[in-house]
Design a protein around this ligand. Structure first.
Ligand SMILES: Nc1nc2c(ncn2[C@@H]2O[C@H](COP(=O)(O)OP(=O)(O)OP(=O)(O)O)[C@@H](O)[C@H]2O)c(=O)[nH]1
Length: 416
């Protein structure tokens, strides 16, 4: 299956729909949440007002009792120290009533009851005042007579009843508000959890889709980078990669003076394979040749496919002609047998041109030209052989230095 080169689009449309849905949910839930929070604030204010009102109403009764106790003590004993709780109690009763009214607890029933309570309280305080003034004027008997009428007792009972009933009502109202408060708190917590869960799901979804797209694109980028520098058919470095590699090697060699050799290899009779057996078989042959050449290479040696049936090998280090001839022979022999089931042994061969730095050239162009000329010599010298480039000028020794790789040993003398 041929690889896909399509850049994976960021899944914006699909994610966009999911995102829009999630955002709509978040907005709706946020509206509910804000409403609950506002209601919670309102309920808290209501609780505070209720507490103030309840405390102050209860204080009315306590202060009224204080004032009455002071009045009774003074009337019975004449001791003026009783006048202190009487005076403070009386004024505190009015202050508590005022604070209860100003508590902000706006229940209409409560406000109406406060009005009634105020009348009863004022009447009770007037009775206390009257008796205290009679006592202060030395009229003990009239003062006690007023007390004995029981009028003050009735008012006190009335005030107590009103206050106790109101405190009870306020307590019930508080409990109701508290229950509603707790329900709202629970609802707000649930909505908040839903919002957070939606946000987390959105984030996970976005992260997963984006990282999947990014992963696919990075794989594609790697493959494209690989294919830009490598031959797709054989997987070998391509001409572009070779050019970079060779220029770096030449620069290094020019600095250090260390020699290296370039072998230009071209297959023989390859066109016939294509013509007789088809391009598919030709491709298989090229792949098999690449594998065989690769198997013969050692560390520091670089093999590239330049295009068609041309290969090039760079070998760092110093090699004698005999060594180069032996290497060439192994390369040539490697392509001879069993390249493809449809091909007879030796159907394809290899011709090689060898050029060394600095002997045959001191820059890449010169060396390539020298190796090409040597290759040309091999082709014209009968194919299936390695030829050496002419020293210094980059031209091959067509006549002398073009032995077959297999015949290197025989022609050794000519090569030296
Ligand atoms: N199957 C296949 N054929 C290719 C590819 N690239 C180039 N070719 C063919 O390889 C052949 C190379 O031509 P030549 O080098 O002239 O053919 P040859 O038969 O080896 O000729 P000599 O080198 O003179 O022996 C041409 O027919 C190209 O079409 C490829 O990737 N696959």
């Amino acid at each position: 299956m041929s690889p896909s080169y399509a850049v994976t689009a960021l899944p914006l449309r699909r994610s966009g729909a999911t995102l829009a849905l999630a955002l709509a949910m978040i907005v709706a839930m946020s509206v509910f949440f804000v409403r609950e929070v506002v209601d919670l604030r309102h309920a808290m204010g209501e609780l505070r007002r209720n507490d103030t009102a309840r405390i102050q109403v209860r204080n009315v009764l306590l202060n009224l009792l204080n004032a009455e106790t002071g009045q009774r003590g003074y009337l019975l004993t004449g001791d003026t120290t009783y006048l202190r709780p009487y005076v403070t109690g009386s004024s505190a009763v009015r202050e508590s009533l005022r604070l209860a009214e100003q508590s902000g607890y706006g229940n209409p029933g409560f406000l109406a009851n406060l009005k009634v309570l105020r009348q009863v309280v004022e009447s009770k305080l007037a009775e206390l005042d009257h008796t205290v003034q009679l006592k202060q004027a030395g009229k003990d008997a009239p003062a006690l007579a007023v007390v004995r009428t029981g009028y003050g007792l009735v008012q006190m009972r009335e005030a107590r009843n009103i206050i106790q009933a109101e405190v009870e009502r306020l307590r019930l109202a508080r409990d109701e508000t508290m229950d509603a408060f707790n329900d709202r708190l629970l609802r707000a917590a649930v909505i908040l959890i839903l919002i957070l869960t939606t946000v987390v799901c959105m984030a996970v979804h976005a992260w997963r889709s984006l990282s999947a797209a990014a992963r696919r694109n990075s794989e594609l980028a790697k493959r494209l980078a690989m294919e830009a520098s490598h031959d797709v058919l054989t997987g070998l470095p391509n001409r572009r990669f070779f050019d970079k590699w060779a220029r770096r090697l030449v620069a290094k060699a020019q600095r250090s003076g260390k020699p290296f050799t370039l072998l230009a290899v071209d297959l023989d009779r390859f066109k016939e394979v294509n013509d007789s057996h088809g391009h598919g078989v030709g491709d298989e042959v090229l792949k098999a040749v690449a594998v065989r050449f690769q198997e013969l290479l050692r560390g520091g040696e670089f093999l590239a496919r330049m295009g068609g049936d041309e290969f090039v090998i760079l070998m760092e280090g110093e090699f004698s002609r005999q060594e180069l001839a032996r290497i060439g022979q192994r390369l040539i022999e490697s392509v001879a047998p069993s390249l493809h089931p449809q091909l007879a042994d030796g159907a394809v061969g290899a011709s090689i041109g060898a050029a060394s730095f600095p002997l045959n050239g001191i820059d890449l162009e010169g060396l390539m030209q020298a190796a090409d000329d040597a290759l040309y010599a091999s082709k014209h010298g009968g194919r299936g052989i390695l030829s050496f480039a002419r020293p210094g000028v980059g031209a091959a020794h067509h006549g002398h230095a073009a032995p077959t790789a297999g015949a290197v040993g025989e022609d050794e003398a000519a090569l030296q």
